[in-house]
Design a protein around this ligand. Structure first.
Ligand SMILES: CCCCCCCC/C=C\CCCCCCCC(=O)N[C@@H](CC(N)=O)C(=O)O
Ligand SMILES: [Zn+2]
Ligand SMILES: [Zn+2]
Length: 522
């Protein structure tokens, strides 16, 4: 081959490769654009023909408006605080029992409702349905709250239920007495109006959720297992309606938790010989431990955004973003690494990107002139759906990288299974319909619950577990959760009562409508 023909061949080859590359890039963008223009996974069953079961209207008159609010405020005023597994305010829990019986006399006296107290302070209600062929479902909420101190900066005392500008302030207003009281208030009104369910349901109110539910939820589950109960679905606390919280999203989003992150609580400790502070060694137990926790903070767990069900959240919301974000959200397969880098900049969105690492306790030393023998720190990690507890423990060990630091797993579990959310998913579709009937301006999407709930103890009883209440969160409200100035608007509390009122009736349908029953009805 001459030099000239070799050059021509190379040129030809380069041309073919460039042309093919161009074609691939073009195809790539055509596919992405088509996906952007057509990908509306939210349409779903809303236009389908639903069997009508919500026959009792949910109107609330002025007297009931005052009554339901007064019951709710009474609930907030009882300080049912859980601090540790052994530090529960049992006096308050007993008082709360009394309040429930006083506020909901029909629930406690109706022949349609069976009630039992579980583990002294938790409550289990069973409302049998008339059609025994329909698998029952279960609503969960918890009575206990985390501690709150007015001096931390509350605008109103945390157990006062004071009203300021249409909001009720107090610990438990959004976590989770709005659901405890909302569910029972809805049942009270349904029973008063002559309701009797076709599909049976349970209500479980735990008294120690904030310290893991080992007494309340776990014993309720034991009782149900003994009875051989299986559930169509479980609905517990968790995600909410986010209004203006997701940047760039047009309109509010109701995120229904279809899974929750896993947990690892790890105790790190360093032991050294104690001694006089005038003769310190080059490294103290505190110094060694501080180095270890600093390495954990400096080396966050890997970015996994898009590798878990959080991908579905953005795909469901994609059509509610404007371009170019719409293009990005519709093509998570391509853009999730980039989006993960943006989301990791804010603590609340970082929680969806990776396993988070929080150093929550650090203890050492007893006197200013004694070298401490023992230093210990607790690390609380919330495990991303694409990782396991075992993987996280191995990563902590290698990041700490110091054999003098002892590591002990205090509590931990893998991320929870992912519940169904397609068009045949009974629980998800019923919750979605109930939300959309009440709040048509909202987009419903599946989400990951970044905290843990009592519902994680129910995995043997139900394949499908959802974590949601229509509590409206606006910018800054997520920080009120376990923080200061926890509050709910009076209007929103009333909406919660109406939500549960409608949800219970909507569950009475035998089967979901077929997706193809839409169209000619219009
Ligand atoms: C898509 C980006 C939007 C970012 C906005 C974040 C909005 C966050 C909304 C709700 C917060 C989620 C809280 C879930 C409930 C957690 C319940 C809880 O506190 N559980 C405790 C106790 C336990 N059971 O383990 C916990 O420590 O997790
Ligand atoms: Zn809670
Ligand atoms: Zn909580």
């Amino acid at each position: 081959m001459t030099e000239r023909s070799a050059k021509l061949n190379i040129l030809k080859f380069v041309k073919i490769v460039s042309f093919s590359l161009l074609l691939v890039i073009l195809a790539f963008f055509v596919a992405a654009t088509v996906r952007t223009l057509t990908f509306d996974v939210n349409a779903g069953l809303q236009l389908a023909h639903w069997e009508k079961t919500n026959n009792i209207a949910s109107d609330i008159n002025q007297h009931q408006r005052e009554e339901l609010l007064s019951n709710f405020r009474d609930a907030i005023r009882i300080p049912t605080v859980s601090t540790t597994e052994t530090q529960l305010n049992t006096t308050a829990l007993r008082e709360f029992d009394g309040l429930l019986r006083k506020a909901f006399p029909t629930v406690f006296s109706s022949h349609l409702v069976q009630h039992e107290v579980v583990a002294n302070y938790s409550h289990l209600f069973w409302v049998p349905g008339s059609d025994l062929a329909l698998v029952p479902y279960m609503l969960l909420a918890h009575i206990d709250v985390v501690p709150a101190e007015e001096r931390d900066g509350w605008e109103a005392p945390p157990f006062s239920a004071k009203e300021i500008d249409g909001f009720i302030y107090g610990r438990g207003t959004i976590d989770n007495k709005q659901s405890v009281m909302g569910i029972l208030q809805a049942l009270e009104y349904l029973l008063i109006r002559g309701y009797s369910p076709r599909r049976g349901f349970f209500i479980g109110l735990g008294h120690d959720e904030e310290v893991s539910g080992f007494q309340g939820a776990m014993n309720i589950v034991r009782v149900l297992k003994k009875k051989g109960v299986q559930l169509a679905f479980v609905l517990d606390e968790g995600l909410a309606v986010l209004d203006g919280v997701i940047s760039g999203l047009q309109g509010p989003a109701a995120l229904i938790g279809i899974s929750e992150k896993g947990l690892a609580t790890v105790k790190l400790s360093v032991s050294k010989a104690p001694g006089h502070s005038s003769m310190p060694p080059s490294e103290s137990s505190i110094g060694i431990l501080a180095g270890a926790v600093k390495r954990l903070e400096d080396n966050p767990m890997p970015r996994l955004f898009g590798e878990g069900p959080e991908r579905g959240t953005f795909e469901h919301l994609a059509h509610k973003f404007r371009l170019p974000l719409k293009f990005v959200m519709s093509n998570m397969w391509l853009f999730s690494p980039l989006l993960g880098r943006v989301m990791e900049r804010r603590p609340d969105t970082n929680a969806f990107v990776r396993t988070t690492t929080a150093i929550t306790m650090f203890n050492s030393g007893v006197k200013v002139n004694i070298l401490p023998s023992q230093a210990e720190a607790y690390v609380n990690l919330r495990i991303h759906s694409a990782q396991s507890l075992q993987e996280v423990l191995e990563l902590i060990q290698s990041t700490v990288g110091d054999e003098r630091v002892k590591m002990e797993l205090v509590d931990g579990f893998d991320p929870l299974p992912v519940s169904s959310y397609d068009e045949t998913s009974f629980g998800f579709q019923i919750i979605k319909k109930t939300v959309l009937d009440q709040f048509p301006q909202v987009t419903v999407a599946p989400g990951i619950c970044i905290g843990n709930t009592d519902s994680r103890h129910y995995t043997d009883l139900a394949k499908d577990i959802y974590r949601f209440a229509p509590t409206w969160f606006r910018p800054g409200d997520a920080q009120r959760f376990h923080g200061i100035n926890e509050r709910i608007s009076k209007k929103n509390y009333e909406e919660l009562v109406v939500f549960y009122f409608n949800l219970i009736q909507n569950c009475d349908i035998k089967d979901l409508p077929s997706p193809h029953s839409a169209g000619h009805e219009l």
